[in-house]
Ligand binder design. Structure first.
Ligand SMILES: O=C(O)CCC(=O)N[C@@H](C(=O)O)c1ccccc1
Length: 368
């Protein structure tokens, strides 16, 4: 394939309701999409970086800048364009994994469309539908939380994830258990809001039979997570800390991660995500697919990834209407708590022209 041009497109997607986590509240997503044009096919990529560097060091304006000034020109200068070449070509540029992931995703989509192969087949999916969990933000009251959780359970979600932070942890978990019982698959996500000195407090979550506690400590504190894991019985799952297959192997070896949340955007792309899956399977560590409130483009790719055999826990692969009133692709609709794995070439979905135009705030064509 020969790269002939790349379009950077910004879309603003309002959320159906504010989504509050320990690092802030989101009301809309300002998303960078890439459209890669080659001599054989086009491909779409989605950058999961937020507007502000609050989840990680990346943010969407920086991703657009590093793609425009460094990553796209480097790829354009490379004689052979295929998805396996993207990471090695971009390796000299440090970091910016979400920006790199978006470019690799678009090249992978174009390559697979040209070959007529679904992404799920390329990644090694073994299922044609995946069970879906849902992420529930921090709310203004326990009553509001219970209403939200009840609605998601009625919708069919098979697992509930509660965002927690100091002051909103034991009480909401206890309330959900008391209202909905012990059989509901339930986990919590702290987004780095605690420290090892909170271990005794976090151990108060142990009686509630949680599947896991996600990223209780800061991203770089692998040792702290290993220490914490010895002080609580709830399994520790890492998200922000896992940036590559190498870091996954290190975290597992240190006892810092009993479970891993794989987010392709966070780790530099779907090919590295598959490598992390393979490392975790080799160590007997369960994985699940995290979410970054993606549009239907990223959602399609995440569902394909979540269909790999090591994804034994329900992921944050919710239906489109969990976050968006209108998606830019044909919406993903929950069916008996599951989403179908797309079967078309590449991502198996593409933007709907009118819906995409309606949310587009800017487009920029990078000639090569
Ligand atoms: O279902 C989804 O797409 C969202 C799942 C979710 O909670 N994502 C959180 C997270 O901390 O994992 C997040 C969303 C957006 C940006 C950063 C993080």
């Amino acid at each position: 394939m020969k790269l002939t041009g790349v379009e950077l497109r910004r879309v603003r997607m309002p959320l159906v309701a504010p989504f509050r986590t320990s690092f802030g509240t989101q009301n809309a997503r300002d998303i960078l999409l890439l459209r890669v044009v080659t001599d054989e096919a086009e491909g779409w990529g989605e950058c999961v970086a937020m507007s502000d560097p609050l989840y990680s060091s990346e943010y969407v304006d920086a991703a657009a800048d590093v793609l425009t000034r460094f990553l796209v020109p480097a790829l354009a200068a490379h004689p052979r364009l295929d998805a396996n070449a993207v990471a090695p070509v971009l390796e000299p540029f440090r970091g910016h994994r979400m920006a790199k992931a978006a470019l690799e995703m678009a090249v992978l989509d174009a390559e697979l469309r040209a070959e007529g192969r679904p992404l799920s087949r390329e990644l090694g999916a073994t299922r044609d539908r995946v069970p879906c969990g849902v992420s529930v933000g921090i709310m203004n009251s326990v009553g509001e939380l219970l209403d939200a959780v009840g609605g998601y359970l009625d919708a069919g979600y098979v697992r509930i994830k509660l965002k927690i932070e100091p002051g909103w942890d034991v009480e909401p978990v206890r309330a959900v258990r008391e209202r909905f019982g012990d059989d509901v698959l339930l986990q919590v996500d702290a987004n780095t809001a605690y420290s090892v000195s909170d271990a005794r407090h976090l151990a108060r979550l142990d009686p509630f039979g949680l599947l896991l506690i996600e990223q209780p400590l800061e991203e770089e504190d692998l040792l702290g997570h290993a220490q914490l894991a010895k002080l609580i019985s709830t399994p520790v799952c890492l998200d922000e800390s896992i940036t590559s297959a190498r870091s996954a192997a290190a975290a597992i070896a240190m006892g810092a991660a009993a479970i891993v949340n794989i987010k392709p955007g966070r780790v530099g792309g779907y090919l590295e995500a598959r490598r992390i899956h393979d490392v975790c399977v080799a160590h007997g560590v369960p994985v699940w697919c995290g979410g970054m409130i993606e549009t239907g483009l990223g959602r399609a790719a995440n569902v394909a990834l979540a269909a790999l055999p090591g994804f034994t826990l329900p992921g944050d692969t919710s239906a489109s209407d969990r976050f968006y009133r209108t998606d830019i692709t044909t919406p993903f609709v929950l069916d008996d708590g599951h989403l179908p794995v797309p079967t078309g070439p590449g991502l198996g979905v593409e933007p709907l022209t009118d819906e995409l135009e309606a949310v587009t705030t800017s487009t920029e064509w990078l000639p090569l």
